[in-house]
Ligand binder design. Structure first.
Ligand code: UD1
Length: 416
């Protein structure tokens, strides 16, 4: 298993090109199931999760042609509308095939995702919504078996804000008979990007980006070409790294408008930010000021940025309170950060982080994707060489991370 060795203490300087968003690319790839014509995607990040999704779609009979930063998908016919356990367990986003398969084939068999490292994460809202649209769903031997001759539009009030739930239902509704209204929908930019792609395929969707989305079902969807939005979490991660390590970093090809909450917190931490249409430059010196964060659905502070801000807080000039409201078990990085000398105490869903003057290198273990990113940030400021194990988590979500960090002057090495 690959490891990452990072020698801390260097300032970060230079530019980093932002990749396409993983969390936009994955649902958009599933949208290919809704049409028998080709869906051509640009700026698809080269990531493990994208390869897993391509494999899953390929097994169903989708033709997948990947080259450079583009992927062409064509679901001429779907041989087997099944998402097997071995793939769903490695990537929860696999559950995003459920809505499209049901809409296109009238049936689907999708493994239940089960628990994952950051909490229980059920899919009851996906199921409830599809049932409201007329689907019959039973669970048997760990699989959801869904059937519907043709889905019907419905008014669905979601009990809580769920990103993939909103996306699954939006895709299903695109081919349903009649109008679907999703209330309490997720407002995340990735939902908007999916809606843009669906619209290019001929779907009729209004309100994406607000909490009420209206979808008028159509009889069929066509092929389209779509450029995936820039990854706001990758962007935020490099900016947080610069805020921690100090220096001057410019994120290029970014989408600043999707990062308001993160940028605000970086300013609070004392960084100077210069924002243009698709670039964000950060300049930071010395130890950051402590900033409290509380995760919330978009446009609130993203749970996917919580771990990186905890790393930043470990070396702040004071105490920060970090509260996680989305997932119940998302502080595993705290224990690893403590191995690097951080002073963190956990109280329920809050972590009190008392900033220390310096961290010291150690061997640490990556436990999930964003937890790994926080360890990278901590390693960049720690004295000595930190070894991060199990970096396959990082490879799931950060394209060419060691190359991008080296490009900024960090001392990073991948050990096979
Ligand atoms: C997506 C993102 C993930 C991010 C998360 C929260 C993708 C591929 N993943 O994950 O990176 O951390 O949004 O912004 O885009 N819930 C239910 N029932 C459901 C669905 C969700 O109770 O049917 C709960 C979950 O347990 C969680 C909360 O709702 O507490 C948010 O989940 P959701 O937004 O669905 O997260 P994901 O879509 O899994």
């Amino acid at each position: 298993m690959d490891k990452l060795r990072i020698t801390g203490g260097r300032r970060l300087e230079g530019a980093v090109e932002i990749s396409g968003a993983k969390n936009a690319a994955l649902p958009i790839m599933c949208a290919a199931l809704l049409s028998d014509e080709p869906l051509v995607l640009e700026r698809v990040p080269r990531l493990m999760d994208v390869a897993t999704m391509a494999k899953l779609l390929g097994r169903m009979g989708v033709e997948v042609d990947a080259g450079g930063n583009g992927v062409e998908l064509r679901a001429r016919r779907i041989a087997d509308p099944t998402a097997p356990y071995d793939l769903v367990k490695t990537m929860r986003a696999s559950v995003l095939v459920l809505g499209p398969l049901l809409a296109r084939c009238g049936r689907a068999k999708v493994s239940l995702p089960g628990g994952c490292a950051i909490g229980a994460r059920p899919v009851d809202q996906h199921v409830k919504g599809l049932q409201a649209m007329g689907a019959e769903i039973t669970v048997d031997h760990g699989y959801m078996h869904a059937e519907a001759k043709r889905l019907r539009g419905a008014r669905i009030v979601m009990d809580l804000v769920t990103v993939t739930g909103t996306e699954n239902l939006m895709m299903a509704a695109a081919l349903a008979e009649g109008t679907t209204v999703l209330e309490n929908a997720a407002r995340e930019p990735e939902v908007v990007d999916l809606a843009r792609c669906l619209a290019a395929m001929g779907a009729r969707i209004e309100g994406a980006g607000t909490d009420v989305i209206r979808i008028e079902g159509v009889g069929s969807l066509s092929g389209a070409r779509h450029r995936v939005m820039p990854d706001r979490i990758e962007t935020g991660t490099y900016l947080a790294a610069a805020a921690a390590a100090g220096g001057k970093v410019k994120a290029t090809g970014a989408a600043p408008e999707s990062l308001d909450a993160t940028l605000e917190k970086l300013r609070e931490a004392g960084a100077i930010l210069r924002v243009s249409q698709d670039e964000i430059e950060i300049e930071a010196e010395g130890r950051p000021k402590p900033v409290n964060v509380r995760t919330a659905p978009y446009p609130g502070f993203a749970t996917d940025m919580q771990a990186q801000f905890m790393a930043l807080a470990t070396i702040a000039r004071g105490t920060a309170l970090i509260t996680e409201t989305i997932f119940e078990n998302r502080f595993m990085h705290a224990l690893e950060l403590q191995r690097l000398g951080a002073n963190i105490s956990i109280h329920g869903n809050s972590a009190l982080v008392r900033g220390v003057e310096r961290l010291q290198a150690a061997t640490v273990m990556a436990t999930d994707l964003r937890a790994s990113a926080s360890l990278v940030i901590a390693a960049l400021v720690a004295e000595g060489t930190t070894q991060i194990e199990r970096i396959y988590h990082l490879d799931r979500g950060y394209e060419a991370i060691e190359k991008k960090l080296s490009g900024l002057g960090a001392r990073v090495e991948r050990v096979k």
